[in-house]
Every structure is written in structure tokens, then in C-alpha cells.
Design a protein around this ligand. Structure first.
Ligand code: F6R
Length: 246
């Protein structure tokens, strides 16, 4: 049985607001929530909303966060690192305690060990209450590219050429995009208690249709979410464009 919920909203602003409502509701119900967070273009509006709501009183002082992924080989102060992104878009604007922020360590000398410890740390806080995801045009979630085993946990992964190309906009030259990343695995994502996937724009329409209405297959990583008991897709009209509404 497919439990997936799909909410189609008008545009990017509506998508961001609805996602922020879900985060805010959770934090009001459970101030000690553990959040899983993505980077990229998609969640920027959500983070802006959360910053606004924090200025209006939303409290993050008991929240713990785990980011999905980080490039290997980029120091935290590299402007294209996800550490830097999170600082700029969210963390420096809200009151989440420093020691409760977790991002895979892209500069770790032993990346495999860093991944193992990351997974342990997530388990140590009782798992992630709410994971927010974006989706790649090839259906990736986190940096789990097509063919990633559904049983994967946090690990060192290779980026697909399409992902390197898509992310080149954040670097001076395409050859500067790291080829590898530390990413939570598919199983790590499926273990989260609740998942919300965000997608906007026509470029995501094919991946969204395949994830929601295609077969569950490792060839399209996001399709695994059909098997999650509490997963909501929030997509704008453009990203919903290829869905069959029978
Ligand atoms: C980022 C991440 C990726 C992105 C995806 C979409 O932490 O895990 O899976 O969510 O590549 O990126 P944007 O939002 O830039 O289209």
C-alpha cells in the first residue's frame, strides 16, 4: 500500500510556507525535535520562512539538526561547502545551539569513520523526527545517486555527472566541483520518523512523476519513499506537471 501524501501548491512561496508550517507545528508540539536538513536551491525559501518565524518567536533552543550531506574535501569555511550554506541561510539567524548542529565532516581525514560516527550519533539521539529533502533531476535524494542500494547508511559516495553539472553553478569552474561527498544513505533517510520532500520548477517534473507514480526501484532513489509510512511531497504546479491525475 502506498502511504505517500502529495500536496500540490501554486508556487515556490507556497511550497516554502507549507513546509515551514510543518516544521513550526512539530517544534511547538516537541521543542526537542531532531531535524534532518538539505541544502541546494529548493529549501532557501523554507529557511527564509523559518528565520522570519524565529524573529516572531519560534524557538530552536532545544532543537538538534543533522544535515544530509557535505562535499568531501571542502573545509567548513569554503563558500561552496554545505557548512557555509547552512550558516548563511539558517544557523546564524536562529537560536539553535552550536553543539546541537551536525553536518558530515567533509574535511575528515578518515571519511569512512566519520560516516560511521555520524550514523551512530543519529541513533544516539533517538533518530530524526522530521527529514526535509530536495530531489535531483535524476531522482537522487541526499547524494544518493541512481543505483544506490536501498540498504545504504551514511557513506562516502561518488557524484553522478548530472549532479556535478547541476552543482557547477555554485563553483567558479565545473572542474572545481568535488567528485565525492559524505551522504546519509537511503536506509538512514528511511529510518527518519517523518519525511517531507520539496520540489519546485519544471526541471523536477519528470523525477517527481517517476518518484510518485513509477516503480519502486534503486534506479530512481526517491521512489523508495513510496514505502515510507509518513512521507509528504510538497510540489509546486510546475514540478507536478508530469503527474497523471487519474
Ligand atoms: C542537498 C541534497 C540534494 C538536493 C538536490 C536538489 O543537501 O541533498 O539531494 O536536495 O540535489 O538540489 P536543488 O534544490 O539545488 O535543486
Amino acid at each position: 500500500m502506498i502511504d505517500l501524501q502529495v500536496k500540490v501548491v501554486k508556487n515556490y512561496a507556497e511550497m516554502s510556507k507549507l513546509a515551514a508550517d510543518m516544521v513550526a507545528d512539530l517544534l511547538k508540539r516537541k521543542p526537542t525535535s531532531v531535524l534532518g536538513l538539505p541544502t541546494g536551491s529548493t529549501p532557501i525559501g523554507l529557511y527564509e520562512e523559518l528565520v522570519k518565524r524565529h524573529q516572531e518567536g519560534l524557538d530552536f533552543s532545544k532543537v538538534t539538526t543533522f544535515n544530509l550531506d557535505e562535499y568531501q574535501g571542502l573545509a567548513a569555511d569554503h563558500p561552496a561547502s554545505y557548512h557555509y550554506y547552512m550558516e548563511e541561510h539558517l544557523f546564524r539567524h536562529i537560536n539553535v545551539p552550536r553543539e546541537k548542529i551536525n553536518i558530515p565532516d567533509g574535511a575528515a581525514a578518515d571519511a569512512i569513520e566519520a560516516c560511521r560516527m555520524y550514523e551512530e550519533k543519529i541513533a544516539g539521539v533517538g533518530g530524526i523526527d522530521l527529514m526535509i529533502l530536495g530531489i535531483g533531476t535524476n531522482g537522487h535524494i541526499g547524494f544518493n545517486e541512481p543505483k544506490t542500494p536501498f540498504g545504504s547508511t551514511t557513506n562516502l559516495v561518488s557524484l553522478a555527472p548530472a549532479t556535478i553539472e547541476a552543482n557547477a553553478r555554485f563553483f567558479e569552474r565545473e572542474e572545481d566541483v568535488p567528485q565525492r561527498a559524505l551522504s546519509m544513505g537511503i536506509k538512514s533517510i528511511m529510518n527518519c520518523h517523518k519525511i517531507v520532500l520539496l520540489a519546485n520548477g519544471e526541471a523536477k517534473a519528470k523525477a517527481i512523476a517517476a518518484a510518485i507514480q513509477g516503480p519502486v526501484t534503486e534506479a530512481l532513489p526517491a521512489s523508495v519513499l513510496q514505502l515510507h509510512p509518513d512521507c509528504t511531497f510538497i510540489v509546486d504546479e510546475a514540478a507536478a506537471g508530469d503527474l497523471d491525475n487519474e
